[in-house]
Design a protein around this ligand. Sequence first.
Ligand code: FUB
Length: 316
Amino acid sequence: MFKPSILAAALSLATLAHAGNPIVSTMFTADPAALVDNGRVYLYAGRDEAPVDGKTYVMNEWRVYSSCDMQHWTDHGSPLRFSSFAWAAKDAWAGDIAKRDGKYYFYATVSHKTIHGMAIGVAVSDSPTGPFVDARGSALVTNDMTRETKISWDDIDPAVFIDTDGQAYLYWGNTVMKYAKLKPNMIEFDGPIHTVGLDAFTEASYLHKHNGIYYLSYSAKFPEETVYLTGPSATGPWSWGGVIMAQNAIVKTIHHAIVDFNGKSYIIYHNDKLPTGGEYRRSVAVEEFHYGADGKIGLIAQSAAGPAANPSPGCK
Ligand code: FUB
């Protein structure tokens, strides 16, 4: 007979029963972030817990999943909750992940208990599956640190990027996109906060590099579509690229992450395709895409099948 602790561990490592989109059908998930580590891809998502007739986000925890082939996923449970930050009042909104010097840093959007508005914290772990703990004991970004808009949710959606020269950057924002350099310790800014003047920027900044080109993508307009810019450095200057993904049918948000895994490129995003899905009951999905010879990304269609299996050698 299983001891309860062994049974809990077995359940928390369950393989999701199906291949194809959405990746997770056992619960509603949103705001994907991704990390490839030791040949395995890790997917982080917020859990949408709103009821069918819910009128607002109910998000208390992040979840983590992993795959060796982008088709079959293992559920590793929840590595972090908003309450892991003692200074946070509620909300486990979008986050992003980076690995540096053997440690995993998760940047997370939460509501602050004492400083009005949304804030960004940093949690750290020795494992990509957690558990993560607050790395600072205080927020890295609070609403009173940026003044470009009066809204209380303009400091959300962190996107972390470590350049090939080792410099790390954090991009974030709603309505106004901002960025700052991070110190090598990954938990403090190294210099001022900058703003990026963008057309129709809503939220969900994402910075990645492919074949020497920097790609700054984000959710534009509302309902949102995913668009991208390209540039010669992690801070631009930026040139218009195009629309990567058209808006969803029901849910107005579409938050994405872009990742190279085992020689192929993927976009992970959320939609409303699970039964009873909608604005506050979202589902994370993945598509393979290709860069043109000129580095351009075309419009990527959402699919029910998702990508073909891409087994990563040596990944178990
Ligand atoms: O999930 C809460 C918010 O909705 C995220 O922070 C935004 O990107 C949007 O997806």
